[in-house]
Design a protein around this ligand. Structure first.
Ligand SMILES: [Fe+2]
Length: 291
């Protein structure tokens, strides 16, 4: 399947998040990894060990930057100092694109450090898209927006989450980081069909996919990123790449982090699905029963 203009980086393959417990292993053993995702905010500093390690990683590996504090959906104006530091880091890492979340998290310059769900209204879509455009214009690299997991909804919403995501990215003319674990978690918490979500989003804008593990509690699912990917999420992943074609894929594992080898082996399980899409030109259904 031909790459679209947002996922033309299909040769990026399968990556994992760069995490502190793995620094020593990576720098001493030089494992073969397609790419690492770094949290931008961890390296937006003037010096010290984080940047020293990052520079060593950059000598051998491709890096993609992922942010956690842009808050495209906040009504606040963009933080110019944050953007200036972010742009400097993108020049350092040569990240091919930048990702951050479709959420809000700040009011009057005070930051919650949470990824809070949006009200799915036309007005919110318009304001959010305008901020994404401003960021994309300033950074001069593609921006891909990620759907978050959520645990609350707004009564004032005028559309579904997947309609909102689509409205935002089309207004902003940006790409999507489709987190299929987040879709699954939210679908169970809010009682919608996760396959309908995956089938609706504009496949030609999906530039990257996140997979991760979550935890099940009595009345809700929590996006914990602390164990392997669960089967329903692999099913959604298969469905997504069937629609989008081979797409840069990233496993998130952020808590109770096991050895580097274990994390990498879990990420590489995505190859079972990617190889089918690549070999048959995306014509064979791969949604169920592939494992
Ligand atoms: Fe994610």
């Amino acid at each position: 399947m031909a790459a679209n203009r947002f996922n033309a980086f299909t040769d990026y393959g399968i990556g994992i998040g760069l995490r502190v417990p793995h620094y020593q292993h990576i720098l001493s053993q030089h494992p073969v990894v397609d790419w690492f995702e770094v949290i931008s905010e961890n390296y937006m500093v003037d010096g010290g060990r984080p940047l020293a390690v990052l520079d060593q990683i950059l000598e051998q590996y491709r890096i993609v930057q992922h942010g956690v504090s842009m808050y495209f959906g906040s009504a606040d104006r963009l933080n110019k100092e944050h953007l200036r530091r972010l742009k400097a880091l993108t020049r350092r890492t040569k990240t091919p694109w930048l990702t951050d979340h479709l959420c809000w998290g700040s009011v009057d310059g005070r930051y919650t450090h949470d990824l809070l769900p949006m009200p799915y209204t036309w007005e919110a879509a318009k304001i959010t898209a305008e901020k994404i455009r401003q960021v994309q214009d300033y950074l001069e690299i593609p921006v891909n927006v990620e759907n978050v997991s959520s645990y609350a909804e707004f009564h004032i919403s005028e559309m579904t989450e997947w309609q909102f995501l689509t409205e935002v990215v089309e207004r902003a003319d940006c790409g999507i980081l489709l987190d299929v674990n987040n879709i699954y978690v939210s679908s169970m918490n809010h009682n919608f069909n996760p396959q309908e979500y995956v089938d609706f989003v504009p496949a030609d804008r999906v530039a990257q996919i996140h997979i991760a593990g979550h935890s099940r509690f009595e009345k809700y699912l929590l996006d914990t990123h602390d164990h392997p990917v669960l089967d329903p999420v692999w099913d959604l992943y298969a469905r997504a790449i069937q629609r989008c074609g081979p797409t840069a894929t990233l496993l998130e594992w952020d808590d109770s982090i096991p050895s580097f080898e274990e994390v990498h082996a879990e990420a590489l399980k995505a190859n079972r699905f990617l190889s089918i899409v690549k070999s048959d030109g995306n014509t064979t259904p791969v949604c169920e029963g592939v494992r």
